[in-house]
Write a protein that binds this ligand. Structure first.
Ligand SMILES: Nc1nc2c(ncn2[C@@H]2O[C@H](COP(=O)(O)OP(=O)(O)OP(=O)(O)O)[C@@H](O)[C@H]2O)c(=O)[nH]1
Ligand SMILES: [Mg+2]
Length: 225
């Protein structure tokens, strides 16, 4: 009886990794999420500093609890990202849409999702990087099947490019096995955030990766009949 009660009324917990290069706006976005979805206000923009460790944010939406992990995007900190891949149900990748001079860096950091773990031999790693363009790189085993939400962030700035333009630039069309979406957003005025979270919850609930993570954690659904 207790098992049935827990199954019917407990909310599923999802872990969502927020990545992107430094200054993409990840922490500002996380604080805005808190303001929108929880009773406590997130930090104001002027109190947010570059991230060195890990920021955690928790929200509840409909039948889901989401724990967000926001990591630092400075080049020297990106090697930490991989430690969080295995446990993540989905990824949000933020790009500063108003800063085209850093699109290339954003694109290659997205591609590097794959390359860290393939080998510890640096020569071989260089070959692998060459052989796997970013769209293949995202298929790295630790992130297999993880839904990907790419945000064209900072849309409140007049020179920000649209989500469609960013989509064309990154050219991830070949990622047909992975569920992904581009969305225009702003961590300042909050546009695109509700649509993004709604989409994420839907895809995470249906994803095979969620099933696999549940099975690994020993979660056994209680039969209802
Ligand atoms: N106009 C505008 N500025 C933003 C937005 N989001 C963040 N910023 C600004 O961009 C700068 C970087 O924001 P952060 O949230 O610290 O960026 P981050 O991606 O967490 O950076 P790291 O922690 O270094 O990886 C700050 O000056 C923010 O105020 C946004 O949506 N619009
Ligand atoms: Mg940060």
């Amino acid at each position: 009886m207790h098992g049935l009660w827990t199954y019917m009324f407990s909310k599923t917990e999802f872990h969502v990794l927020i990545l992107g290069i430094d200054k993409a706006g990840k922490t500002t976005f996380l604080e805005k999420l808190k303001t929108i979805y929880s009773i406590s206000e997130g930090l104001p923009h002027d109190r947010i500093v570059p991230t060195v460790g890990l920021n955690i944010g928790r929200i509840e939406v409909a039948n889901a609890k989401i724990v967000f992990w926001d990591l630092g995007g400075q080049p020297g900190l990106r090697s930490i990202w991989e430690k969080y891949y295995e446990e993540a149900h989905a990824l949000i990748y933020l790009i500063d849409a108003a800063c085209p001079s850093r699109f290339e860096d954003s694109k290659s950091a997205l591609g590097e999702f794959c390359t860290f773990k393939l080998t510890s031999n640096s020569n071989y790693e260089a070959n692998v990087k060459f052989a796997f363009p970013p769209e293949k790189a995202l298929r790295h085993e630790d992130l297999q099947g993880a839904p990907l939400l790419i945000l064209a962030n900072k849309q409140d700035l007049p020179n920000a490019v649209s989500a469609e333009e960013l989509d064309r630039y990154l050219d991830l069309k070949k990622l047909d096995e992975r569920v992904y979406m581009f969305e225009a957003a702003s961590g300042y005025d909050g546009r695109g955030i509700k649509e993004s979270i709604e989409w994420l919850v839907g895809v995470m609930e249906r994803s095979k990766r969620t099933e696999a993570l549940r099975a690994r954690s020993g979660y056994v659904p209680v039969p209802t009949s």
